[in-house]
Design a protein around this ligand. Structure first.
Ligand code: ATR
Length: 276
């Protein structure tokens, strides 16, 4: 049987085994998918042994996404630009493909919520790995502009510059702005920071939120995230948390491995119920 894994440290709370078991059931694909905690210095040895056996593919999470990027023999463009790999696939010729499905997971969830990206004015908060990973998939939908704001402004500037050329080729533009100097309302605000996980919210001005603004927080948990609660109180049209992005990236990984697109809504509802 084809074997799949999710590896990380810690990995105990991963929902990926449940999600992929449901995908396998609904598509009729025959496979196993398990979680494995890997020692901080054990990633390469574990992956080498896995792919030498019956291993066909692997999801990679904190703290191994950069190591997975190095481990891959070839990279997709979206993985290369993300600088991180969350999906490894054993190819027929024995090489290991490194991909990153996080950004597509976000975009798919936004589109599932009927959020228009083409022509949109997008604020991306945060300039770490999570932000980097979603920029190319967002640009593919030709937003009017993406503005990056980060607590440490210099990181936002560097990140925007590194995507300048790609933005132009998608008839879009990407710039950085001080968190406190943002002007005007945004169509879509994406919080890529983990601020909500400690009950905080990014220090953006309430004027960035208008009655047509959609707030997307990559975090999720029991109840509304602190950033989403704040955005809703400022009059945002819609607030969305990151549970759908989690399921979306899983669906995209499943597609990369098996060539079959699983349906996501039922799994998402089940996860939502388990959080309630
Ligand atoms: P990830 O892969 O989740 O993006 P990361 O690469 O460590 O993790 O980046 C974390 C991002 O969240 C950074 O943009 C960080 O801001 P700094 O660059 O100023 O450190 C941001 N961040 C983390 N906690 C935050 C908080 N409480 N408020 C605002 N921004 C926060």
């Amino acid at each position: 049987t084809d074997q799949y894994l999710v590896v990380g440290n810690p990995i105990n709370h991963s929902k990926s085994p449940f999600i992929h078991a449901e995908f396998a059931k609904s598509t009729g694909e025959v496979l196993t998918y398990e979680k494995l905690e890997v020692a901080k210095d054990g990633f390469v040895d574990t992956m080498s042994a896995f792919f030498a056996g019956n291993g066909k593919g692997c999801n990679v999470t904190v703290p191994f996404k950069e190591e997975a990027y190095q481990f891959a023999t070839t990279l997709t463009e979206r993985a290369r630009l993300a600088g991180a790999v969350n999906t490894l696939k054993l190819m027929d010729d024995g090489s290991i493909l490194g991909d990153n499905t996080d950004g597509q997971g976000l975009v798919a969830d936004l589109l599932d919520h009927d959020v228009a990206l083409t022509g949109a004015r997008i604020l991306l908060i945060g300039a770490g790995g999570a932000a980097r990973g979603v920029i190319l998939p967002l640009l593919a939908h030709q937003p009017k502009e993406i503005i990056i704001a980060n607590r440490t402004a210099s990181k936002a500037v560097a990140l925007a510059e590194s995507f300048n050329v790609h933005a132009k080729s998608h008839q879009s533009q990407i710039t950085a702005c001080e968190m406190c100097a943002l002007e005007g309302e945004f169509d879509v605000i994406i919080n890529s920071t983990a601020a909500s996980l400690s009950g905080e919210r990014p220090a953006i001005d309430a004027d960035t939120i208008g009655s047509t603004t959609v707030m997307y927080d990559m975090a999720y948990g029991v109840g509304e995230t602190s950033s989403n609660q704040w955005a809703r109180e400022q009059g945002a049209k819609q607030v969305i948390d990151g549970l759908g992005m989690l399921v979306g990236q899983a669906a995209e990984s499943f597609y990369v491995w098996r060539g079959v697109r699983p349906e996501t809504q039922r799994v998402l509802s089940a996860l939502r119920q388990s959080l309630a």
